[in-house]
Design a binder for this molecule. Structure first.
Ligand SMILES: *Cc1c(COP(=O)(O)O)cnc(C)c1O
Length: 435
């Protein structure tokens, strides 16, 4: 495949888009998904560019869920041991695939609960404020659930959030954060910071952070480092273990296609795997598997991320996620990211093309360098973002809008095509050229 920054690979014609699709080694994966028919507008097939918000349904999901319903009907309680995929260890069938998606050791990941629940469980263990060191660093304008979670944890420990929370802020006139500024802020408050936590990628700007560098600075200051990978898992090439990230959480209904409200994921670095003195909220599913059914009074945590489980997990949700993770395993993250970079570079090229004809019509606020973003481009259209979104809808192009004026367009490498990106361009160009 060609280099993502090679402008000579791209052209602003439908034939150019189709040639890119022809050369795409992952193109057959699109057939593994349902494209929402009712959103197609005037197009034969909908252009779904909002997999960052809710991933599409793999065709295999229904069968995997149906298998569990059948086993439940046929086996009742015995399904825990005798279902085709026994329910007792069912979450373990997802562990290795999950570890590959986020760059972790199997010991370090578990699929459980939902995202904000996992975030609280992680904060219980990894936000441990002390006298002077009680602050949490997050991005200004972090996803609301993260802001609420962090502020409520600060209050839970008796701190005023306005004192306990340090917000990273872009320079005047800029939308994204400079790594140098993040590092400077952490160093400046180094001995007061208990935890640095970032949303990677940022849900609004699409910026991916230089995690390895920032984690190293946080650690050098004596702080812990955590990630919310709601927009990173299944999107970015991650190496959570090597980067020494202390914990990470993510949902699976965005890039990971597990279905609305699907079961979430959690990473705890190996260095904390056997740590028995970490405070944690415990439940029976996190208890040593061999003695779980002895029903003893003392909690004995499973080493690793599994030790943070609370309840026996929802099997239908695990089945749905398994269908999607199998596709990730076939496609592999490096190949997905390569195609993803090409898709966003192509979209960037086409937006540049529109701007040449209609100067300043569209601003891409996501960093231009593919190393600093995933599959999402955040676009700002001179006060017209909302009107434009309606035009998209009529044309069967599905993007989403976030206040105050951002349209997020996300070509997902697992099922989007270069022709999808071209269809978006057609609507934008038509609108830019009107009148
Ligand atoms: C999507 C998203 C959430 C959603 O949280 P749930 O607990 O799954 O409802 C939280 N944080 C971020 C950064 C998100 O992008």
């Amino acid at each position: 495949m060609f280099a993502a920054d090679n402008k000579s690979t791209f052209s602003n014609t439908i034939d150019g888009a189709r040639a890119l699709d022809q050369a795409d080694p992952l193109r057959q994966f699109r057939q593994e998904f349902y494209l929402p028919k009712k959103l197609a507008g005037q197009l034969p097939e909908c252009v779904y560019l909002t997999g960052n918000s809710l991933g599409l349904q793999p065709k295999q999901s229904a069968q995997y869920i149906q298998d569990e319903l059948t086993d439940w009907a046929d086996l009742g309680v015995e399904g825990h041991f005798h279902a085709r995929y026994a329910w007792m260890p069912y979450h373990e069938f997802l562990t290795e695939m999950t570890a590959r998606v986020v760059g972790a050791k199997p010991l370090e990941v578990v699929v459980m609960n939902s995202l904000t629940v996992n975030l609280h469980l992680m904060l219980v263990s990894f936000y441990r404020p002390e006298r002077k060191r009680f602050k949490i660093v997050i991005e200004r304008g972090a996803f609301p659930s993260d802001q609420y979670a962090v502020a409520s944890q600060a209050r839970f420990h008796g701190y005023d959030p306005s004192e306990a929370i340090i917000e990273l802020t872009p320079r005047d006139g800029e939308d994204t954060l400079a790594t140098a500024d993040i590092i400077e802020t952490i160093k400046k408050h180094g001995d007061e910071i208990a935890l640095v936590m970032l949303g990677d990628v940022n849900y609004l700007t699409g910026q991916a952070f230089e995690v390895e560098k920032i984690a190293a600075v946080a650690h050098a200051c004596g702080a812990l480092f955590g990630l919310n990978l709601a927009h990173g898992a299944g999107n970015l090439l991650l190496a959570l273990h090597d980067w020494q990230v202390d914990f990470a959480v993510w949902c699976s209904y965005k890039y990971l296609n597990a279905g609305p409200g699907g079961i979430a994921g959690c990473f705890v670095h190996e260095k904390h795997a056997g740590s028995r003195d970490l405070p944690r909220f415990a439940g029976w599913w996190g208890h040593d598997k061999a003695s779980r059914f002895d029903m003893g009074p003392e909690f004995d945590a499973i080493p690793g991320a599994e030790g943070w489980q609370l309840s026996n997990p929802p099997i239908f949700q695990l089945a749905a996620l398994r269908a999607s993770l199998e596709l990730f395993d076939q496609a592999t993250m490096p190949a997905l990211r390569r195609k993803g970079d090409l898709l966003t570079s192509y979209l960037q090229y086409l937006i540049d093309d529109v701007n040449e004809a209609a100067p300043g019509f569209c601003q891409v606020i996501t960093p231009r360098d593919p190393a600093h973003r995933g599959s999402q481009l955040s676009l700002r259209f001179k006060g017209e973002s909302k009107i434009l979104l309606e035009q998209f809808k009529e044309q069967g192009v599905v993007c989403d809008f976030r206040r105050p004026d951002i349209i997020r367009a996300t070509p997902v490498p697992l099922y989007n095509s270069f022709e999808d990106v071209f269809r978006l361009y057609e609507v934008v160009r038509k609108f830019a050229m009107r009148g």
